[in-house]
Design a protein around this ligand. Sequence first.
Ligand code: FE2
Ligand code: FE2
Length: 132
Amino acid sequence: MQIEIPQVMVPSMNTTHAEEVEVLSELAEALAGGDETRIEAAANALAAHVEEHFSREEDLMRTHHFPPYPVHKAEHDRMRMIVREKCAGWTTEEGRAALKRFVEAEFPDWLAEHVSTLDTVTAHFLSMHGVE
Ligand SMILES: [Fe+2]
Ligand SMILES: [Fe+2]
């Protein structure tokens, strides 16, 4: 799975984003293969990774008193709800098709946009506060 995610000024955030693309790729492959045990594991892994990703950024923003924290947090919360719904709903035919669209297009598009806007601004601020 080829997704262009922009680099930000905090290396550990870049690592998290690269890992998320890996987890996403595994789910795309699982959905293409059709093995339900693998799909379930990969869907759970994506939901868990997104939570870890967002929580870590939110902890850093709170620790360093990033003023636009509520804006970034609200956008994470909006996507948290969608990820939870898509990753849990794959057991029906309709839900599986929706998860496939989400994994192949909607989430990659959102991630690239999110990283190039809110994460970029946040990383700039955090790097000035010594976060690596
Ligand atoms: Fe991020
Ligand atoms: Fe973010």
